[in-house]
Design a binder for this molecule. Structure first.
Ligand code: COA
Length: 264
């Protein structure tokens, strides 16, 4: 992997996009490497050794950007068919992150523009450095967001605010992004990784089957009418009973002990 660095401590993996000389712009190669990284994490999480299984991921960028967008130099000469395939690869990556059985926290350390913000929006939630700047400026380049931005931004912050940001292409500060619900928390840049990792560790200490079920229920239920969405939750709730995690979690509470979950 030439553009992706992966480290792991306990059950928490950190993925760093490192193409810093181009502000981590998403070329087809970077997208393919990211997709392969998440596919490997998912495989290890579901079928690998439970002792080293990944239960939460922090995604960040090297240098002064999270990701400054899809690679404009590569896109400039694309045909419509090539652009369609490029968009498909970006969509597949975002869908894989969204469907991963572990939460992914975007630690936005600087610019998250265009495809960079779309990538962050595919993550479960966003922590941002106070120096971060985010936006979907594609219309200023004569195109539109192509990795899910027209859909996921509205679902995250509401359609009115999403329309304003997409139609103007304006970039917002981390502080404004937090105010409109686009990012969960803003913190000094020097604290970003420690706080995102601490949050990931807290998640990783809970029942992994439960976290995966909650993520799945929220993803699939969000587009369904309330009745079927609640039925989805009922089934997922019931399915957890009898698992080692459920017995361990409830047993530990009743014995006034701390639970150590196996993910089975
Ligand atoms: N695609 C390809 N290359 C990019 C890029 C992108 N989205 N964003 C930045 N780069 C490259 C620059 O071309 C430059 O390369 P060079 O050194 O070979 O000239 C390098 O990264 C550094 O960027 P630079 O513009 O010099 O940094 P800056 O600090 O002056 O400005 C930004 C930072 C983010 C404001 C500016 O890079 C920018 O506007 N980027 C494009 C943002 C965008 O429109 N994204 C949406 C794409 S769909």
């Amino acid at each position: 992997m030439s553009f992706i660095e992966r480290t792991q401590s306990g059950h928490v993996a950190t993925i760093t996009i490192n193409r810093a000389d181009k502000l981590n712009a998403l070329s087809a190669e970077v997208i393919a490497e990211l997709a392969a990284t998440f596919a490997a994490l998912t495989f290890e999480s579901l079928g690998g050794d439970p002792a080293s299984a990944v239960r939460a991921v922090v995604l960040t960028g090297a240098g002064k950007a999270f990701v400054a967008g899809a690679d404009i130099a590569a896109m400039a000469t694309m045909s419509s068919a090539e652009a369609g395939r490029f968009s498909e690869a970006g969509h597949a990556l975002c869908a894989a992150i969204e469907a991963a059985p572990y939460p992914v926290i975007a630690a936005v350390n600087g610019f998250a523009l265009g495809g960079g913000l779309e990538l962050a929006l595919a993550c479960d939630f966003i922590f941002a450095a106070d120096t971060a700047k985010v936006g979907l400026p594609e219309v200023t380049l004569g195109v539109i967001p192509g990795f899910g931005g027209t859909q996921r931004l509205a679902r995250r912050i509401g359609v009115g605010r999403a329309r304003e940001l997409i139609f103007t292409g304006r970039t917002v500060t981390a502080e404004e992004a937090a105010r409109i619900g686009l990012v969960n928390e803003v913190m000094p840049a020097g604290e970003l990784m420690a706080r995102a990792t601490a949050c990931a560790e807290k998640i990783a200490s809970a029942g992994p089957l439960a976290i995966a079920a909650a993520k799945r229920a929220m993803l699939h239920g969000s587009e369904a009418p309330l009745g079927p969405a609640c039925e989805l939750e009922r089934q997922a709730f019931a399915a957890l009973f009898g698992s080692d995690d459920q017995r361990t979690g409830m047993g530990a509470f009743l014995a006034k002990q701390k639970a150590t979950f196996s993910g089975r």
